[in-house]
Write a protein that binds this ligand. Structure first.
Ligand code: FES
Length: 612
């Protein structure tokens, strides 16, 4: 069996001949960036053969790699099959940026109402006159004789009592003792709130006594290796039980590595985490719980469940107190998940009296409308363009991503995350750069680049070298090779503009259908809330320029940050918010856009860059 050594990680793995490098890396526990689940269409999984023989480039490699790259040993990991031993260099992957989460979040304050109650007891020692058993002695002290106790906790209980002078703390949920701890730990009640995104997973450690966020952490969802979109992951999971298990293992491993990071940051003990809440789209919810998502893909898009699911942490393999509870908030429909429930909780959409829309822009676009006493929601197949996927030089919001683009004084000005050298374009940079090129007159309202051969007068002198013919139509060079971190030009291609048009057209059309259903027009909207990983980063002016949003006064458009994650935090901190969440699926009217005859017409119109 040929052996591959991945550097700089120095991980070795032996694989069957014919295994591709993407799979080999996965077997070695490494993650190689890629959006197309190994279909050879995204060109993102570039690795370099440092030692050993490489095979002749195939069609996909010829399409996505320059001659220079091929000569230097670059291959597409998903296309290169192992035949002999190799040493393969994986380029440094930029970590998912912490944009998805912040210590404060958009929620002003969380209210403390933990499920877990802790009581410190100091008992008298047993004596010949009082031979009451240890557990009964404890329950007598608590004055709760009917409490049950985890067998696991009971196993070391006698020794624990005696080595702590009969002073212990018990953690109780409902009528169950879930933990017996030495000394007084009544101040230590912690929980973790997860936002399981298709692209990024974020977690917040919360002190449930004080309702305070102590630490946050985020990583790229390692399921990305099976495709950037939910359909690819559903397809993979539906192929076999093992595949479903594989996807569940990936997300649980990721959640555990976030927990590890949070504990390291705060020095909180793992066993003092008793509760976890999670939100995510319906597919992520199924994969996290290990439930077959197959029937979410074809019409009529039926999930296996929509209610909130609650299980013991140990059943999932989550590294918190083994008796801790994990609750995945309820889904509304096959493509409107608990992340939307989180948005509703965090933005109080269920309590609003004014007309208000919330748009959660992530890998999918979910929309909620509160109007005339109704609460409606729908999802649009916006595609992952806003997360940088399916975009030629797209990337997630990480160091070096172009995040702001301005057309000013006849120049295109850029800024990158962390002021690092440019290495790609993230979602906000994509919206901005297209808005800037529309403003500069280089992109027509149809979405086509101006043709410099037919209309040379439309291309200002300073852009003449930057607007050029690419492999598929024209492209604009945002950063020249000598200034980029990747050593190649970073361009915005005609295909990228099309991807964005599809995404923004879908979101706009979804919103229009909701308004139509509620019997109001865009002018009746009092507010549009922009939620999602980059809700805070999208510039309203750019969103309005490209027609992602209807033309409304900018003060009516409010960025609310990662509202889905905030909803998970609120539900973690407070039992009543959790109960509110559980009741939401009944209150929200779900609109299925695929059955709407009017969607297509609005969508086609909404793809143009004419302001609407
Ligand atoms: S081209 Fe290899 S994962 Fe997309």
């Amino acid at each position: 069996m040929p052996k591959v050594t991945f550097i700089p990680q120095n991980k070795e793995v032996k694989v069957e001949a014919g295994t591709d490098l993407l799979k080999a890396a996965d077997m070695a526990g490494l993650y190689i960036e890629g959006d197309c689940a190994g279909r050879g269409t995204c060109g993102k999984c570039k690795v370099k053969i440092a030692e050993g023989e490489k095979s002749k480039p195939n069609k996909a490699e010829e399409k996505h790699l320059s001659e220079k790259e091929i000569d230097a040993g670059w291959v597409l990991a998903c296309q290169h099959k192992m035949e002999k031993d190799l040493v393969v260099e994986i380029p440094i992957q930029k970590d998912a940026h912490l944009r998805k989460t912040s210590l404060k979040g958009g929620v002003e304050h969380l209210s403390a109402e933990p499920l877990v109650e802790k009581v410190h007891v100091k008992m008298e020692r047993p004596a010949v006159e009082d031979q009451t058993a240890d557990l009964e002695r404890l329950l007598r002290h608590l004055e709760k004789p009917d409490l049950s106790v985890e067998l696991r906790e009971l196993s070391q209980f006698p020794a624990l009592l005696r080595s702590n002078s009969f002073a212990v703390t018990v953690a109780i949920t409902g009528n169950r003792i879930i933990s017996i701890e030495p000394g007084d730990t009544t101040n230590q009640i912690f929980g973790v709130a997860f936002d399981i995104g298709t692209t990024t997973i974020a977690g917040s450690l919360i002190d449930l006594k004080k309702a305070e966020v102590l630490a946050v952490a985020a990583i790229t969802n390692p399921q990305n290796a099976y495709g950037a979109d939910v359909i690819s992951r559903i397809t993979h999971a539906s192929e076999s039980r093992e595949n479903l298990q594989q996807l569940q293992d990936k997300v649980i491993e990721a959640a555990n590595s976030i927990i590890k990071d949070l504990l390291k940051q705060t020095k909180v003990a793992r066993d003092r985490i008793y509760e976890v809440t999670a939100v995510g789209n319906t597919t992520m919810s199924h994969l996290f719980m290990g439930v077959d998502p197959t029937y979410l893909a074809p019409a009529p898009f039926v999930p296996a469940y929509s209610r909130a699911l609650e299980v013991e942490a140990s059943a999932l393999g989550l590294n918190i107190n083994p008796a801790g509870r994990v609750i995945f908030l309820p889904n509304i429909a096959g493509y409107v998940g608990s992340d939307t429930v989180g948005v509703i909780l965090a933005t109080d959409m269920d309590k609003r009296t004014e007309n208000c829309a919330a748009i959660d822009i992530g890998t999918n676009g979910e929309l909620v409308l509160a109007a005339n006493g109704r609460l409606m929601a729908c999802s649009t197949a916006a595609g992952p363009a806003f997360e940088g996927a399916q975009i030629k030089h797209g990337m997630r919001a990480a160091s070096g991503a172009i995040e702001l683009v301005n057309y000013e004084d006849g120049e295109i000005k850029l800024s990158m995350i962390d002021d690092a050298p440019a290495c790609g374009i993230c979602g906000s940079g994509l919206i901005d750069s297209i808005a800037a090129l529309v403003n500069a007159g280089l992109i027509e309202s149809s979405g086509r680049f101006v043709n410099p051969e037919d209309n040379p007068e439309k291309v200002p002198e300073q852009f003449k070298d930057r607007l050029r013919k690419g492999t598929n139509g024209y492209e604009f060079v945002l950063v020249a090779a000598e200034d980029s971190d990747t050593g190649e030009d970073i361009v915005l291609s005609q295909g990228d503009v099309r991807e964005l048009q599809l995404a923004k057209g879908a979101i706009y059309a979804g919103l229009m259908i909701l308004l139509k259903e509620a019997g109001i027009s865009k002018d009746d909207l009092d507010q549009i809330l922009l939620a999602g990983a980059f809700g805070n980063y999208v510039r309203k002016e750019s969103a309005l320029t490209i027609g992602l949003l209807p033309q409304l006064p900018p003060e009516k458009i409010i960025a609310v940050g990662n509202a889905a994650g905030d909803g998970a935090r609120m539900a973690l901190a407070s039992k009543s918010v959790r109960d509110r969440a559980k009741a939401l699926p009944e209150k929200v009217e779900h609109l299925e856009l695929s059955t709407r005859m009017d969607f297509q017409d609005i969508f086609v119109d909404a793809m143009s860059f004419t302001k609407v």
